[in-house]
Design a protein around this ligand. Structure first.
Ligand code: ATP
Ligand code: MG
Length: 228
């Protein structure tokens, strides 16, 4: 698997503002292969989150190509492919850990984290065990496991979100500021998890603000500059 992003650009047209155009990003090119983590860095508003959303096809780009090369040699261009190809890729090959946790009320942290494994047909006990292990590794206290994460602190929610995003890793994982509101100890646990994923040949693109974290975990770094 390899992702090849070539000269993508995005302008937002604000229809409720008389069609005003806002630049999301322009002239972005990079690639990432199996087992590699590419860090996206750059100032606030540079377009980092928008680039991840373009790869996940939440946003449609205005130009360029986003080539997803599968192991079997087939290639899908996420810049132009059909919605059904997008859904297929999201189901099996591309995962997105967003900045904020979205879960239904009354679902416990453990259930939320175990869910992706259950969807893959994993047996209930094994899935719950693996979820508990991951939560414990990310320093979530056991007394919180059976509670809805909607009542958790910001950093706890973020860790639940990461656990859920990595428990059944897809081939390409997109991470929007996975360590944003975490303390040093929790951040370093998250970075360790990402290191383990690399060993499992997962490709990752992550947004980071802290250069030290980039140095610790990233194989390559792509800097997006804000246009004047
Ligand atoms: N849905 C949207 N509609 C209109 N403009 C948008 C939309 N999404 C992003 N933008 C604009 O695109 C630019 C890039 O935003 P983006 O969120 O990608 O930045 P970022 O690099 O992730 O910033 P931060 O570090 O603050 O998260 C911003 O100027 C933003 O206003
Ligand atoms: Mg962002």
């Amino acid at each position: 698997m390899k992702l090849d992003v070539r000269q993508i650009e995005k302008q937002f047209v604000l229809h409720n503002r008389g069609g005003v155009r806002v630049t999301g990003f322009s002239d972005i090119s990079f690639n990432v292969a199996r087992g590699e983590l590419l860090a996206l860095v750059g100032p606030s508003g540079a377009g980092k989150s928008s680039v991840l959303k373009a790869i996940y096809r939440t946003y449609l780009v205005n130009g360029g190509s986003i080539l997803f090369h599968r192991q079997d040699g087939t290639v899908v261009d996420l810049a132009v492919c059909t919605e059904s190809s997008v859904l297929e890729l999201r189901q099996r090959e591309i995962g997105f850990v967003t900045q904020f946790l979205k879960v239904l009320p009354r679902i416990s942290a453990l259930q939320a984290v175990a869910a992706p494994l259950l969807e893959l047909g994993e047996e209930e006990d094994a899935a719950r065990r693996r979820a508990a292990e991951l939560l414990a590794f990310l320093n979530i206290r056991e007394e919180l496991f059976d509670i809805s994460p909607l009542t958790f602190s910001g950093g706890e929610q973020q860790r639940v979100n990461i656990a859920r995003g990595v428990i059944a890793p897809k081939e390409l994982l997109l991470l929007d500021e996975p360590t944003a509101s975490l303390d040093e100890e929790s951040s370093s646990r998250v970075l360790k998890l990402l290191g383990n994923l690399k060993k499992q040949n997962i490709a990752m693109i992550g947004i980071f603000h802290d250069q030290r974290k980039v140095d610790q975990v990233a194989d390559h770094c792509y800097r997006i500059l804000r246009e004047a």
